[in-house]
Design a protein around this ligand. Structure first.
Ligand SMILES: Cc1ncc(COP(=O)(O)O)c(C=O)c1O
Length: 388
C-alpha cells in the first residue's frame, strides 16, 4: 500500500496531507525518509516557534517527564505556576486558565463571557467575517465561512458576525447590551489580513463606551510571532480576555485564556475545567520556550529579520506584478498573488521549502521564530525562481 492508500484506509478524511514522510526535524529543517531536506517556513502551523529539537525544550521535557507527566488539576503543579507567572508578567494580565488547544481556549472564553453576561443582563457575542476560531460548535458560531460551517447548523443562539474592518457595520451591530466581541488583530486563515487602524480605533472606543468584553484571539499571532508578546499591542487595543495556544507548549498541546482582575470572580470552582489542560510536561516545555522567545534581545532580532524580509518582498513585488500585496507583521506574513496560491506553494515545496496556501490567493509564511536572514534568503530565492 502507498502512504496515500494507508491514509485513506485508516483515517476519517479530514486532512489533505503533504506528500512528505518526515523522519526528523532539526532547527528550521525537516528531513524526510527519502533523504531530502526541507526548510520549514510554516513551523507546524505556527507551533514550532523554536524549530525542531531545540535543546532547552528537550531538556525541560526530559526533566519533567522523570518527575511526573500528569497529576490532574486536583493538584497545584509547579510547572503550571512557573509558566502562568511568566505569561502574566509578559502580558500584564492578572489571571490565566490553561487548556489543551486553541479551540478549547475559544470555547472557554465563550463560556466565561456567557457567565459574565448573564449577571450583566447582556447578550450578543460577535466574531468577525472571514475569521477563524476553531472547530467546536462554539467556535463555529463566531465564524461565517461556509466551508467550515455548512452542514453543522444550528449554531449557538445570540451569536453574530461583524464585517471585518467595516466600521459602519461594527457601529450598527454593537450596543450597550452587547456581551462580547472576538477578533484576530491579524486574521491568519483569512489571508493574513490586519485590522485597519480606523477599525481598531472604533472597536476600542466602542468598548469604552458600552463596556462589552473585548476578546483577542492570539492563538496564531501571539507569544512573540509578530515581534511583540501579542499582536493587539500594535493596534492600541486593551482586550479583557486573550486566547492563546499553538507555540505556548513548546510543541506539546497547550492553550489558555488570560483575563483581567475585573473578571477574576466570574468562575468559581466547578464552573469550568479540564482533565489534561495545563499538562505539566507541556507547561515545562512552554516555560523553556517563553524564556527564550520573549527575551527583549530575541524580539529585537526577530523584528530586524522581519523588516529585512518585508523589504526584500517589497522589492520582489515591484519586479513581479503577480504579487498583489505583502501583508502582516513580524513572522506572520501573507503574500497575496494575482492567481491561486496553491500551485505556487506546490512548486516551492518541490524546491525544498515548506510554506502554506490560504484564502485562495495567499502564500502564507509562519516561519519558526529562530529563522534568520540565511533562511529568509533561501526562501526568497526559491520563491523568486517559482514566480519568475
Ligand atoms: C486564530 C485562530 N484561532 C483558533 C484556532 C484553533 O486552534 P486549534 O487548532 O489549536 O484548536 C486557530 C488555529 O489555526 C487559529 O489560527
Amino acid at each position: 500500500m502507498t502512504t496515500t492508500e494507508q491514509d485513506n484506509a485508516l483515517f476519517f478524511h479530514t486532512y489533505k496531507r503533504l506528500p512528505l514522510e518526515v523522519e526528523r526535524g532539526e532547527g528550521c529543517y525537516l528531513f524526510t525518509k527519502d533523504g531530502k531536506k526541507y526548510l520549514d517556513m510554516f513551523s507546524g502551523l505556527a507551533v514550532n516557534a523554536l524549530g525542531y529539537a531545540h535543546p532547552d525544550v528537550i531538556a525541560a521535557i526530559e526533566t519533567q517527564v522523570r518527575k511526573y507527566t500528569h497529576l490532574s488539576n486536583l493538584f497545584l503543579q509547579e510547572p503550571q505556576m512557573t509558566l502562568a507567572a511568566q505569561l502574566l508578567k509578559h502580558s500584564g494580565f492578572q489571571k490565566v486558565f490553561f487548556c489543551n488547544s486553541g479551540t478549547e481556549a475559544i470555547e472557554g472564553a465563550i463560556k466565561l463571557v456567557r457567565k459574565w453576561s448573564r449577571a450583566e443582563h447582556r447578550h450578543g457575542i460577535f466574531g468577525m467575517s472571514n475569521g477563524f476560531s476553531g472547530r467546536t460548535m462554539g467556535a463555529l458560531s463566531l465564524m461565517d465561512k461556509k466551508s467550515y460551517r455548512d452542514g453543522y447548523e444550528p449554531f449557538l443562539d445570540e451569536f453574530g458576525v461583524i464585517d471585518f474592518n467595516n466600521c459602519a457595520d461594527l457601529e450598527a451591530k454593537i450596543s450597550k447590551t452587547t456581551a462580547a466581541v472576538f477578533f484576530e488583530s491579524i486574521q491568519g486563515e483569512g489571508g493574513v489580513v490586519p485590522l485597519t487602524s480606523e477599525f481598531a480605533a472604533t472597536l476600542g472606543s466602542l468598548q469604552k463606551k458600552y463596556g462589552f468584553l473585548l476578546v483577542a484571539d492570539e492563538i496564531q499571532s501571539g507569544i512573540g510571532r509578530t515581534g511583540t508578546m501579542f499582536a493587539f499591542e500594535h493596534f492600541g487595543l486593551h482586550p479583557d480576555l486573550v486566547t492563546f495556544a499553538k507555540p505556548v507548549g513548546g510543541g506539546l498541546p497547550l492553550g489558555g485564556i488570560l483575563g483581567t482582575s475585573a473578571l477574576a470572580d466570574v468562575w468559581a470552582p466547578g464552573m469550568h475545567g479540564t482533565t489534561f489542560g495545563g499538562n505539566p510536561v507541556a507547561c515545562a516545555a512552554g516555560t523553556a520556550l517563553v524564556n527564550i522567545v520573549l527575551a527583549p534581545a530575541f524580539m529585537e532580532t526577530l523584528r530586524e529579520n522581519a523588516a529585512y524580509l518585508f523589504a526584500r518582498l517589497g522589492e520582489l513585488k515591484l519586479k513581479y506584478p503577480v504579487i498583489r500585496e505583502v501583508r502582516g507583521s513580524g513572522y506572520m506574513i501573507g503574500i497575496d498573488m494575482t492567481s491561486e496560491s496553491a500551485p505556487i506553494v506546490e512548486k516551492i515545496l518541490m524546491k525544498g521549502v515548506l510554506v502554506n496556501a490560504t484564502a485562495t490567493t495567499v502564500v502564507r509564511l509562519l516561519p519558526p521564530l529562530i529563522a534568520g536572514k540565511q533562511e529568509m534568503d533561501v526562501f526568497l530565492s526559491v520563491f523568486e525562481e517559482c514566480i519568475s
